[in-house]
Design a protein around this ligand. Structure first.
Ligand SMILES: *[C@@H]1O[C@H](CO)[C@@H](O)[C@H](O)[C@H]1NC(C)=O
Ligand SMILES: *[C@@H]1O[C@H](CO)[C@@H](O)[C@H](O)[C@H]1NC(C)=O
Ligand SMILES: *[C@@H]1O[C@H](CO)[C@@H](O)[C@H](O)[C@H]1NC(C)=O
Ligand SMILES: *[C@@H]1O[C@H](CO)[C@@H](O)[C@H](O)[C@H]1NC(C)=O
Ligand SMILES: *[C@@H]1O[C@H](CO)[C@@H](O)[C@H](O)[C@H]1NC(C)=O
Length: 387
């Protein structure tokens, strides 16, 4: 028992690294998870999230989670370009497939927010392109930005609707849109830059105002008519935490970070709020449940993976390791839930929200979140070694 004592003290103190001593994923498994992710991702938001996973996995120096300043240099060296091939190819496929002058990057099935999830990959491809006379990426990203900012209805507090035809807020929006607005911000200069960074921040703030409640968690879908979901859906909270972390790091690595001290503190607090409200509900084997605070709902690996990823990311940023033991348990569960062919089992069906994926089918989001968990955890462990 004595040997446990230092661990307990570390956990209470929270300022010193609690060990993250279980092994991560092996490279072979991750390669299969990635192939399967690309194979089954078809909807706009699935492709957008997959693009972010490719950036983090294959070209981490261009991720907002690297320590690198934003914007990145336009002239990336050949090895970075090679690493970015999959990201550039995906963005190119999207831009070439879109009708000329389209206000959105891809059809969103009525969702205003989801097509914007591809915006970072498209903007990054345009920014670093070698053919400087090819303006198609900048134009596509610019029209998407204009559409989401100026042509989609807003709630009274300013929150942009996740849907085209009525004002309705989905927690998912937080991952799809604010990170793109912020990224477009760092590619601008002067007042445009600070305005866009502030708008990205404000969207997070306004979404939390409406979706957040006294539990510390976010509701999934509110306002408007039709499909509503006031529960604390695991994946919705995961989208919110992970999206706010991307906004936070985009602002932090910009050259106007100093103008956003309070905003950065707030974003950090809002991510922490979701995570500290989540982990007390963790099941014995490391899982979270489909509705976070309702253990009568089924165990869901998808949300478990992205909330664990967000926990490693937050700890890397704050140097507060208090929640890492929860993330480590979740990591172990996710490893145990990925089969030899690289498929994540026990996911929620991302199209119904309320049922597990039907037998024999797998979740594009679950595949992506496994990659995001892997990349977040790798960065976390690397960060510990640097200290
Ligand atoms: C997915 O994999 C199957 C079987 O390997 C293949 O036939 C199919 O073309 C792939 N689909 C995509 C979109 O990559
Ligand atoms: C560069 O882009 C322009 C505009 O799209 C195009 O006409 C030209 O063929 C491209 N050049 C190369 C070498 O691909
Ligand atoms: C930060 O959050 C607090 C509490 O929610 C709020 O009162 C304050 O206005 C926020 N600051 C900014 C700059 O939004
Ligand atoms: C974890 O526990 C839940 C029930 O709490 C169960 O449904 C799930 O199958 C378990 N997962 C694994 C990998 O053991
Ligand atoms: C570290 O994080 C925990 C959990 O979020 C929090 O309760 C605690 O106050 C934090 N410690 C410090 C020093 O900020």
């Amino acid at each position: 028992m004595l040997s446990l004592l230092p661990l307990v003290l570390l956990a209470i103190n929270g300022a010193i690294a609690a060990p993250s001593d279980n092994q991560g994923f092996d490279a072979q498994t991750i390669a299969k998870v990635r192939d399967n992710m690309l194979n089954i991702s078809t909807h706009s938001w699935e492709l957008g999230a997959a693009a972010q996973a490719l950036i983090e996995l294959e070209v981490p120096s261009l991720s907002v989670f690297s320590g690198n300043r934003l914007p990145p240099t336009k002239s990336q060296n050949p090895s970075v370009r090679r690493a970015a091939t999959d990201v550039f190819d995906l963005a190119t496929r999207i831009v070439r497939a879109r009708p000329p002058g389209s206000p959105v990057l891809i059809d969103g099935d009525g969702a205003a927010g989801d097509p914007a999830s591809l915006g970072v990959a498209v903007a990054l491809t345009g920014w670093t392109r070698t053919n400087r006379s090819d303006l198609s990426f900048d134009e596509a990203a610019g029209l998407q930005l204009d559409h989401i900012l100026n042509h989609v209805p807003r709630a009274q507090n300013g929150a942009i609707s996740h849907r085209e035809s009525q004002v309705q807020l989905w927690a998912d929006f937080t991952y799809m849109v604010p990170p793109f607005i912020a990224y477009e911000g760092v590619l601008q200069t002067g007042g445009d830059k600070t305005w866009l960074l502030r708008e990205a921040y404000n969207q997070c703030k306004w979404y939390r105002e409406i979706l957040g409640d006294e539990s510390g968690l976010w509701k999934h879908i509110v306002l408007g008519t039709g499909l509503l979901d006031p529960t604390h859906w695991g994946t919705g909270n995961a989208w919110a935490a992970a999206g706010m972390l991307r906004v936070l790091q985009t602002i932090t690595h910009s050259d106007v970070s100093w103008q956003f001290t309070e905003e950065r503190r707030n974003l950090t607090g809002w991510v922490e709020e979701i995570l500290t409200s989540t982990w007390p509900h963790q099941g014995n084997n490391g899982t979270l449940f489909n509705v976070i605070d309702d253990p009568t709902t089924f165990a869901d690996t998808s949300s478990t993976a992205l909330l664990a990823a967000s926990t490693y990311r937050l700890a890397s940023i704050t140097n507060n390791h208090t929640l890492i033991p929860f993330a480590d348990r979740a990591l172990q569960l996710i490893k145990d839930s990925v089969d030899g062919n690289g498929w994540l089992h026990n996911t929620v069906d991302p199209l119904t929200f309320f049922a597990p994926s039907p037998p024999g089918t797998f979740s594009p989001e679950g595949q992506t979140f496994t990659i995001l968990l892997h990349t977040a955890r790798e960065d976390y462990v690397r960060g510990l070694h640097r200290k």
